[in-house]
Design a protein around this ligand. Structure first.
Ligand code: SF4
Length: 735
């Protein structure tokens, strides 16, 4: 390999192995240099194809950021099914429904097959030769773009895709990588860091005797659902742990809880302080607690808390007693806690309970250091998108590259992203299929699917030391004119900085070189080729990290209570996150449209959930079409009567309402992002997703809600799925 004009430090940086890895042994030789390639992967499939016999290849699920290791079953050159990879500490051989749908993302008929360019009459297909010409003209070595004139907008991105992206920006003297997450947890992370010194501690769920979850759907749409479900199975084994879930709208995790309490949205912190008030009556807990905290908590006796939260004072006493009697416990918070103008304080008050209960070091630890911090995921926020929007609107952004995110769909209507984007002269989308944001771009580059491309991934939640996950093709590409994200970036980099990148014929060779150079850090003594083959065969490389110690800070907090509901907007509005659709990016997959939503069983639609007693008072029946009106806008949806919701609250699932996401999503349902009010967390500036209030108006129209649940008569008398009402289950007092 030629490294002339490139010193060793630069070379390591190119490969994303500087920093902790700077202590690597000498570079040595690679098989790329010697021209010998022998890889056990599907790149050269002919040796492994046995008609009728399935072969499994390891890779990494790219359907969400949890980084589960998967195995793809391949027969006659086609990937048929995905399973969990038992080698993966995250998935442990399991996979979720969203992960399974990765096969359908790959075979989706709406995948783009050629590059597209925005001509005078609209988007037209162009050749790759033309696409590269355009890229070179705008972003090649003669480009005068510098600093913030260029922006790379992504969802979270990790591994060598992140390294390559940041190296690409660096050639423009830019660090303008904007990470946007439409379901940002930035406020909750900031609050946890303020109390425990770490944004995302490890939760030793199986060690806990009691979990108190304030709206964290860790079994559904949380940070690592497959890993958490495995932990939860252990937690439920003898001695069986107890789960208490408190949230305005029942999530999948809430549906699994021993006790579920509907709380008024935004009052979770007050309830946490009320529970703390009870606990701090006991010297065991109050010892060492700063006077400011004792002073704060003393105002939150059970009756005061009960009035504000809607949780009965007996229930407050019971929860505190359960925590006291079931040590160690674990207290966690989710989106419904942080999604308010005081979300930071709300989430911090919940975390305070962990400190008071002494859960640090028992059921909570800090995640291991990472040997390659540059491979860790960039975590997104709403604030990052808002700042980019301002720069675009002011005409400061001359080129925008977009990968893995669709803000034209997910940005609320008070953030006019599409309009601001139209002021950027050159916009490029890296996508597998058309979406609302790509549709506004000048150049659209069709990507390989995750089952056709190489990559490395690092998960945000690393339960067992550190794993660098390998993604590799499970079959040859379906569409010859699609390309890998890494390959496209590399081609531009070769033009901008040939002395660093010309030696890599493709992203695969870059990735292999980068991983092999990092081998000493993984303490592997095998030959380079064996190390790489093992990495591909196992689908990952492990680093034996150790959990770290969490801090315990007990800062003084102020805890506002939510403003009263008004007659104009008499309902709290909760946008719920579907475990399968997430921010809406997966709505183009018909398996997921067809899968009954976990709490309602509704399919192929949007709906608004309303408590049966509220519906009765308003004479609303299931299927009545309602207008849901906020101060920002309105949408129409069918009423679904749902006992798992706080009576002053209505909820709609996010993810539907697409205008440009292929044949299976376009025109299905409505988009609740667009009615969210411009209310922001006072500490982090993040969008307060749960702070919108709405009014309901009956339109007089009615349509049947299509759902899988129903009386047994709809099951041909066979009771295929026996169902119970809440009253039959004797849960009515709590729900
Ligand atoms: S949790 Fe995420 S990464 Fe894991 S299998 Fe499901 S979709 Fe894939």
């Amino acid at each position: 390999m030629t490294t002339s004009n490139l010193d060793r430090r630069d070379f390591l940086k190119v490969l994303g192995i500087s920093g902790a890895a700077a202590t690597l042994a000498g570079c040595g030789h690679t098989s790329i240099e010697s021209g010998v390639e022998e890889v056990i992967s599907y790149v050269h499939p002919q040796d492994f194809v046995v008609p009728g016999i399935g072969v499994f290849y390891a890779s990494t699920c790219a359907q969400c950021g949890s980084g589960c290791g998967i195995m793809g079953k391949v027969r006659e050159g086609r990937v048929l099914k995905l399973e969990g990879n038992p080698e993966s500490g995250i998935s442990g051989g399991k996979i979720c429904g969203l992960g399974q749908a990765g096969v359908q993302a790959h075979y989706n008929p709406d995948r783009l097959r050629t590059p597209m360019y925005q001509g005078e009459g609209g988007l037209i297909p162009v050749s790759w030769e033309k696409a590269h010409q355009i890229l070179e003209q705008r972003l090649g070595p003669n480009s005068s773009l510098k600093g913030e004139q260029i922006a790379f907008l992504t969802d979270r991105v990790s591994g060598h895709q992140r390294v390559l992206l940041e190296n690409f920006l660096e050639t423009f003297d830019s660090t303008h990588h904007v990470t946007y997450d439409a379901l940002s947890t930035a406020t909750g992370r900031a609050a946890t860091k303020a109390i425990l010194g770490a944004e995302q501690p490890l939760w030793n769920i199986h060690e806990a005797r009691l979990i108190l979850s304030f709206g964290n759907d860790f079994l559904g749409s949380g940070i690592s659902p497959v890993y958490m479900a495995r932990q939860y199975a252990l937690f439920r084994k003898a001695p069986r742990g107890t789960l208490i879930q408190i949230e305005p709208r029942m999530t999948l995790t809430g549906g699994n809880a021993d006790r579920w309490y509907p709380i008024k949205p935004g009052t979770e912190g007050i309830l946490a302080l009320g529970i703390a008030h009870d606990l701090l009556q006991h010297e065991e807990f109050s010892r060492g607690v700063p006077q400011e905290v004792l002073d704060l908590v003393k105002n939150y006796d059970r009756d005061a808390v009960s009035d504000i939260t809607g949780i009965g004072s007996d229930a407050v006493r019971l929860i505190a007693a359960q925590l006291w009697n079931n040590s160690p416990s674990l207290v966690i918070a989710g989106p419904s806690v942080e999604g308010h103008s005081y979300g930071f304080s709300n989430a911090a008050a919940v975390q305070l309970l962990n400190v008071i209960l002494g859960n640090r070091g028992k059921t909570m630890e800090g995640q291991s250091e990472h040997p390659f911090p540059q491979l860790t995921p960039t975590l997104g926020s709403y604030q990052a998108l808002a700042e980019l929007n301002q720069k675009m609107a002011a005409g400061q952004t001359q080129a925008l590259l977009i990968y893995g995110t669709n803000p034209v769909f997910t940005a609320p209507s008070h953030l006019p992203f599409a309009e601001s984007m139209s002021k950027v002269p050159f916009k490029v989308a890296f996508v597998t299929h058309m979406d609302e944001t790509a549709g506004q771009c000048d150049l659209i580059l069709p990507l390989l699917s995750a089952l056709e491309d190489f990559g490395t991934h690092v998960a945000e939640y690393q339960p067992n030391g550190v794993e660098v996950m390998l993604q590799q093709p499970l079959m040859e590409k379906l569409y010859p004119e699609s390309k890998g994200y890494g390959d496209i970036l590399l081609e531009v980099l070769k033009k901008r900085k040939p002395e660093a990148y010309a030696a890599f014929p493709d992203y695969y060779s870059y990735l292999k070189t980068a991983m092999v150079k990092a081998k000493p850090v993984f303490k592997v003594s095998d030959s380079d080729d064996h190390f790489w083959e093992d990495a591909l065969r196992n689908g990952l490389v492990k680093w034996d990290g150790k959990p770290t110690t969490l801090e315990a800070k007990l800062p003084a907090l102020t805890m506002p209570k939510p403003a009263e509901l008004t007659t104009d907007y008499p309902f709290y509005f909760v946008p719920s996150i579907r475990a399968d659709m997430r921010d809406g990016r997966h709505a183009y997959l018909p398996w997921l449209q067809e899968s009954p939503e976990t709490m309602t069983t509704v399919v192929w639609d949007s709906w608004v959930e309303i408590h049966p007693k509220t519906a009765e008072a308003m004479q609303i029946k299931e299927g009545d079409i309602l207008q849901i009106q906020s101060a920002t806008g309105s949408v129409r949806a069918k009423a679904y009567l749902f006992p798992g919701i706080q009576p002053d609250t209505v909820s709609m699932p996010l993810g539907q309402g697409h205008t440009q996401l292929g044949r299976f999503a376009t025109g299905v349902g409505v988009n609740p992002y667009k009615i969210l009010d411009p209310i922001f967390d006072g500490h982090t500036g993040e969008l307060a997703m749960h702070a919108t209030r709405v009014a309901l108006r009956k339109t007089g129209e009615h349509q049947m809600v299509v759902k899988d649940e129903g009386p047994t008569t709809l099951q041909n008398g066979q009771k295929l799925v026996a169902t119970l009402s809440a009253d039959q289950a004797k849960l009515s007092k709590e729900i």
